[in-house]
Design a protein around this ligand. Structure first.
Ligand code: EPZ
Length: 416
């Protein structure tokens, strides 16, 4: 099992390019199921989750043709097995995103329940309820979602809470339904907008993506299209935190600052100087950051996927920060590992109080989930001495070539 060995204390400097967004690529690749014509995707990130999803689609009968490191063509004309088996779904919950497209295209689907993960139970009841409102008959038995539908019917759906993949599943299903579907309390995340843009390129009629009310007028069929995945705002935020906590000065290329407002605001509040250029962000960190409190919430508020990384920078900032996690019930798995590096963090329910200290000490730590492992990398870069992070396969799920990109920025990091 690979580890990362990081020697902290070096201010990051230089420039790297940001990859395509994992959480846009996953739903957008599933959209290929909605048409029997060829879809070509570019700016695809080279990640385990993407590879897993392409394997899942291939075993359904989708022909996957890699075109380059970051491009692939998908042909779902031979779709013959609308099933997502447990052994694949258990490794990547986002597999649930095939449910809506399969029901819309084939009228049936058998998808393993994703089950929980380290950060929470993560049920999919909103996905199921919305599809049932559109006329699908759905049973959950032996750990599988068994779904059947004639022609899906447009419906007015209001989800109980804002759900990103729930909104994406329902939006995809609605593109081929009879009549109009209205999704209220819809997620406004940029990745939902990226998916909507791809679907519109395929001939879908979608209005309001990016707001909390999305209208979809069903059409007979969707045609093939070419689409470039948006840049990854969470990867961008993670490298900004790494530069900020090491007193560095970096330039991130091929990114989109307008999807990171809440993250940039918090980094400026912490004392960073940030300049926005077209498709680039430049950060100059202060000698020492100031503590910044935050509360996670659906977009455009502060993203839960950046909570762990900001906890890491608060560990060595000047002052006391309160971090409130409102999206997932168990997203403080990184706290115990940060405490092994010497961090002063007290958890009270879904609040964490972080008292900044002068410096962390390197130690052996273990990654538990994707963003928790990112926070350990950020903390290790600031710590004195060497930190070894175990189980970094979690990192490979969501960060393309992280050790290489950090080395390019001058970090002393080695994959062992
Ligand atoms: C997406 O997960 C992201 N994953 C997550 O990123 C992200 O943390 C999350 O949205 C919140 O922004 C992808 O896009 C592939 P939700 P998703 O449905 O859609 C509850 C990462 O690190 N809920 O918005 O699964 C749920 O339990 C990952 O890249 C229900 O109760 O999250 C949670 O408390 C981690 N029933 C809240 O809603 C449902 O049917 C928000 O979940 C659906 C959700």
């Amino acid at each position: 099992m690979d580890k990362l060995a990081i020697k902290g204390g070096t201010p990051l400097s230089g420039e790297i390019a940001i990859s395509g967004a994992k959480n846009a690529a996953l739903p957008i690749l599933c959209a290929a199921l909605l048409t029997d014509e060829i879809m070509t995707f570019s700016n695809l990130p080279h990640l385990r989750d993407v590879t897993t999803l392409l394997r899942l689609l291939a075993q359904m009968g989708v022909r996957v043709t890699p075109e380059s490191e970051a491009a692939a063509a998908l042909d779902a004309s031979g779709l013959n097995n609308p099933c997502a088996p447990y052994d694949l779904v258990k490794t990547m919950r986002a597999s649930i995103l095939v449910l809506g497209p399969l029901l819309a295209r084939c009228g049936e689907a058998r998808v393993s329940l994703p089950g929980g993960c380290a950060i929470g139970a993560r049920p999919v009841d909103q996905h199921i309820r919305g599809l049932q409102a559109m006329g699908a008959e759905i049973q959950v038995e032996q750990g599988y979602i068994q779904a059947k539908a004639g022609h899906l019917q447009g419906a007015r759906i209001c989800t109980d809470m804002v759900t990103v993949t729930g909104t994406e599943n329902l939006m995809m299903a609605a593109t081929l339904a009879e009549g109009e579907t209205i999704i209220e309390n819809a997620a406004r995340e940029p990745e939902v907008v990226d998916l909507a843009n791809c679907l519109v390129n395929m001939g879908a009629r979608i209005f309001g993506a990016g707001t909390d009310v999305i209208r979809v007028q069903g059409v007979e069929r969707l045609h093939g299209a070419a689409y470039a995945i948006m840049p990854d705002r969470i990867e961008t935020g993670t490298y900004l935190c790494a530069a900020a906590v090491t007193g560095g000065r970096v330039r991130l290329l091929k990114t989109a600052a307008d999807t990171l407002d809440s993250i940039i605001d918090k980094l400026m509040e912490a004392g960073c100087d940030i300049q926005i250029a077209r498709e680039a962000i430049h950060l100059q960190a202060p000698a020492r950051l100031k503590s910044v409190s935050l509360r996670t919430a659906p977009y455009p508020a502060f993203p839960t996927d950046m909570q762990a990384q900001f906890m890491a920078i608060n560990c060595v900032a000047e002052g006391v920060a309160t971090i409130r996690e409102t999206i997932f019930e168990n997203r403080f798995m990184h706290v115990a590992e940060l405490q092994r590096l010497g961090a002063d963090i007290q958890i009270e329910g879904n609040n964490a109080v972080v008292r900044g200290i002068a410096g962390l000490q390197g130690a052996n730590v273990m990654a538990t989930d994707l963003r928790a492992s990112a926070s350990l990398v950020v903390a290790a870069l600031a710590a004195q001495g060497e930190t070894r992070i175990d189980r970094i396969y979690h990192l490979d799920r969501g960060y393309e070539d992280m050790a290489l990109k950090l080395s390019r920025l001058g970090a002393k990091v080695e994959r062992i």
